[in-house]
Every structure is written in structure tokens, then in C-alpha cells.
Design a protein around this ligand. Structure first.
Ligand code: NAD
Length: 454
């Protein structure tokens, strides 16, 4: 049994990690929460039966109580990771820290050094490693099915609706307020590339920019908010009420599902005139207001950031980026990140001397196929037709793995060199910083033994 405290009871802290704790009472217990928003604190208190004395409005108050549990989850926003994580490490907690671990190279490096000095576990929430899909990819490579790996093509196809939600209207729209998109979204992907290549990244280059979601693309007569009588309501894919009330874009995405139940239902409710009938109360709609009724969500659109016209926001992060990486075992990787996809999901293709792997991992389902050079044909290694929840099993996998490592550590085992260990996470973060510098400065960057730019 591992006892947790939670800093930041938002979408990730409360709805992913603390939910896993509530669902696994034999494995874990949540004993305290620090969260400034009252509604979120109250919800945690009710779900985890916390007394008033175990609810804090700020992480500093919680840390001031000394170490009152075995592990601390830090799930605040990107720019508020380093300070509470450092304080939690200093207080002696094992720390589960949301990605990105910090928004500067210096903070990332100092957090890892601090955890090693304090002798505590620091784990970064690179949940992709714990998904069944990427576990199947890694296992195929480790078992030699592809022979010697030559090249990895990996793309993070952020759907047009997710991109608008998070990177135009939402929390990650502006690099100065959050972090560059390559760090915020794709430290996961850089981590996966390093893990699958099985080597250190040596050289990196990148191109990309924000080209589309700017005022000069706004159609004539579009008001500042969708709810102000926009004449383009029916044509605009980002029309906020359709996205946040009816969930039409997400249903259109689910219409690509291979599930025989989901596909017809999603097709029906995403097509006019039936698209006004569905009430979508899943992510991302549930994030725009603490109350989830239709009226509460509409009020949030009329007043808050998510009702804004996508061409009239204060966004500056890229809507397209490519990153090329050479690893020191000769593997080369090409990574694509963009916000214009018809459906949400990653695609990967790995080619080696003995075979190729092709996979899709997304909102509408998952599939991993092996092509063997000698035998020919195609063999499905993994398939999941259910819609995407909890990052394809990654959220639960991470919590199970971290909890069992902390439990073993408390019983005297050495801090494990587990997947997602802080040093590996640091390497992928340094790769993101280098890619971002390469993009902005238009240069090719060589990395040293530790992954830092030379
Ligand atoms: N691992 C993943 O796959 C993944 C996916 C999405 C987001 N994230 C990351 O998770 C983090 C959290 O994202 P989110 O969507 O849950 O954000 P969120 O805004 O919903 O949650 C952050 C919470 O921190 C709270 N907070 C702010 N100041 C605080 C303080 N002083 N003390 C305690 N709590 C405080 C906020 O009130 C909020 O409830 C972000 O860094 C994000 O990039 C990770």
C-alpha cells in the first residue's frame, strides 16, 4: 500500500491519477490534496474521504507539513512543475511528476540531480511507454523481429479539434505561458524515439512555424466569439458550441472506429441534422467548466477562452513541425507534429533488415502490423477496437508501475532503473530543447554524451 499526496487536482491529477488511486484501494491511498480551486478540492475530499485538515489551497502549505505520505504527485501546469517537485523531493517524497518535467534545461537537470542526491524516485509521466500498443512495438524490436533497425518514421497527428482546444484556445497555446509545443506535446514522442532506437540521440534538426491560426486567415465578418452570431457557423470545423456541446468533431473521428457498435452510432450523430442531438460529456468538453451541464458549458463558451474564434486568439505555438534525429547506433528518425489531422492519433513505421512494423495508435482504435521480409504477408501483433481512454492504458500502466516500484523501494529495494527513469526522461527533454533551438535558429545541433547541446 502506497500513500499519496496530490499537488494540482486538475484534469490529470484528479481525473487520471487520483481516479486510479480511488479505483485501486488495495494498492494506494490518497491522504491529502493541494488545489486552489474549491470545487476540485471538494470533489477530491468526497471521493477520497479526506478530512478538512488534509485539504490545502496551495502546494507550499502541504509541503510545510513535512512528509505525510510515501509519494507525491505533481500535476500542476507546465510552468508550475519545477518548484513543487523540488520542494517535494527536499521533503523526502518519491515524486511522480507530470510532463514536461520543467520548462528550462537547467530546471530539468537540477530536478534529476536533486532526486539522485536525496535518494528518492523521480518518475516523469511519459505514459506512452506504459501503453499496450507501444509495449508491443518495443517487444517486437527487442525480440529481433525487424533485425537491425534502420529508420523510424513517427508522427503525432493532432486532430484539428484537439489542436484548437489545447493549442489555439487553451492552456498550451502560448509558449511563454506554457511551453513550446515540441516540449508540451512531444516530449512523449522524443522519449519513445530514444527508447525504440535504443541509443543516444547525436544530431538534431527541425523546421516549423505557426502559419494558419492567425487573424489574417479569419473569414470576413467572423466575430471574436463563436457565440456572437458567427455567419460561418455551419462551415467552420472549430465552431465551439458544436465541439463542446454536441461533440460533433469527436464523433466524426469515432466514425473511423473499427468497432461495429461505435462506428454507425458515431456516424449517425455526427451527420446533419442529427448532429445537434448528441450531448458530449467527455474530454475535452468536461475541461471547460467544473459544472458539466449544457447550460454551464454554454456559459463557459460565452465568457471563457474556449468560445473564442480560432483566428483571434493569443496563440503562438507551431501548427506544424518536423524533427530529424540521428542516433549514435546509426538509426535515423523523422518525426512529424501538426494540428491539422482529420483524426487524432500517432502513426509509426519502423523498417529494419528483417522486416517492417506499421502502427496506428489513436482515438478511433489501435493496430500494429508486422511485415516479415522472408515470409511475406502481414501479421497483426496488436489490435484494440475500443475508443481511446486513459491514453490507451498508459495512465493506468504508469500508476501501477510507479506504485509497485515505490512499494518495493520502501521495503528496501534500490531505486530501480525503471522505464521512464528520470535520466531517460531528461535525455528526451534535452532533445526537445535542442529541436526547438534548431527550429528557431535554423541550425543543426550536435548533442553530447549527456544529451545536452554542444
Ligand atoms: N502525461 C500526459 O500524457 C499529459 C496529458 C495532458 C496534460 N499533461 C500535463 O499535465 C499537467 C496538468 O495538466 P491538466 O490538464 O491537468 O491541467 P489543469 O489546469 O486541469 O490542472 C492543474 C491544476 O493545478 C492547480 N494549481 C495551480 N496552482 C496550484 C498551487 N499553487 N498548488 C496546488 N495546485 C495548483 C490548478 O488549480 C489546476 O487544478 C500539465 O503540465 C500538462 O502539460 C500531461
Amino acid at each position: 500500500m502506497v500513500r499519496y499526496v496530490l499537488i494540482g487536482a486538475g484534469t490529470r491529477g484528479k481525473d487520471a491519477y487520483a481516479r486510479w488511486i480511488a479505483d485501486n484501494p488495495d494498492e494506494a491511498e490518497l491522504v491529502a490534496v493541494a488545489e486552489p480551486q474549491e470545487g476540485r478540492r471538494v470533489e477530491c475530499a468526497a471521493r477520497h474521504r479526506l478530512s478538512e485538515g488534509m485539504l490545502f489551497k496551495d502546494w507550499r502549505e502541504l509541503i510545510d507539513r513535512g512528509r505525510i505520505a510515501d509519494a507525491c504527485i505533481v500535476a500542476t501546469q507546465d510552468r508550475d512543475h519545477a518548484a513543487p517537485a523540488r520542494a517535494a523531493i527536499a521533503a523526502g517524497y518519491n515524486v511522480l511528476l507530470e510532463k514536461p518535467m520543467a520548462v528550462t534545461e537547467e530546471d530539468c537537470m537540477s530536478l534529476v540531480a536533486a532526486s539522485e542526491e536525496a535518494g528518492v524516485i523521480l518518475r516523469i509521466c511519459h505514459v506512452l511507454r506504459y501503453t499496450r500498443f507501444f509495449a508491443a512495438v518495443k517487444s517486437a524490436l527487442d525480440s529481433g523481429l525487424l533485425g537491425e533497425i534502420a529508420i523510424i518514421r513517427h508522427s503525432e497527428n493532432v486532430s484539428y479539434w484537439h489542436y484548437a482546444h489545447s493549442y489555439v484556445r487553451g492552456n498550451w497555446r502560448n509558449a511563454a505561458g506554457a511551453s513550446p509545443m515540441i516540449l508540451a506535446k512531444s516530449c512523449h514522442d522524443m522519449d519513445i524515439l530514444c527508447w525504440l532506437a535504443g541509443a543516444r540521440p547525436r544530431v538534431v534538426q527541425s523546421f516549423g512555424s505557426q502559419e494558419y491560426f492567425r487573424a489574417d486567415h479569419a473569414p470576413a465578418g467572423a466575430p471574436a466569439r463563436c457565440t456572437d452570431g458567427c455567419p460561418h457557423e455551419r462551415q467552420c470545423p472549430w465552431y465551439a458550441p458544436r465541439l463542446y456541446l454536441n461533440g460533433t468533431p469527436m464523433l466524426k473521428n469515432l466514425a473511423f472506429s473499427k468497432s461495429l457498435l461505435i462506428r454507425p452510432l458515431a456516424s449517425f450523430f455526427s451527420t446533419e441534422p442529427f448532429d445537434r442531438l448528441w450531448d458530449w460529456k467527455e474530454w475535452p468538453s468536461v475541461t471547460i467548466s467544473d459544472r458539466h451541464s449544457r447550460a454551464a458549458r454554454m456559459a463557459a463558451l460565452q465568457d471563457g477562452p474556449y468560445g473564442r474564434c480560432v483566428y483571434r486568439c493569443d496563440n503562438d505555438v507551431v501548427d506544424r513541425q518536423v524533427v530529424n534525429v540521428q542516433f549514435d547506433n546509426g538509426v535515423v528518425a523523422a518525426f512529424i507534429l501538426h494540428g491539422h489531422s482529420y483524426q487524432e492519433g500517432r502513426q509509426i513505421r519502423i523498417d529494419g533488415s528483417a522486416g517492417s512494423l506499421e502502427g496506428t495508435f489513436g482515438f478511433a482504435g489501435e493496430e500494429l502490423v508486422l511485415f516479415d521480409h522472408r515470409r511475406g504477408g502481414r501479421k497483426v501483433l496488436w489490435r484494440n477496437r475500443s475508443p481511446f481512454r486513459g491514453h490507451g492504458g498508459g495512465d493506468e500502466g504508469l500508476m501501477e508501475d510507479f506504485t509497485s516500484h515505490v512499494e518495493a523501494f520502501l521495503k528496501g529495494a534500490a531505486p530501480p532503473d525503471e522505464p521512464g527513469a528520470a535520466r531517460a526522461a531528461l535525455r528526451s527533454h534535452l532533445l526537445c530543447f535542442a529541436a526547438e533551438r534548431a527550429r528557431i535558429e535554423g541550425c543543426v545541433i550536435t548533442l553530447d554524451e549527456k544529451g545536452a547541446a554542444v
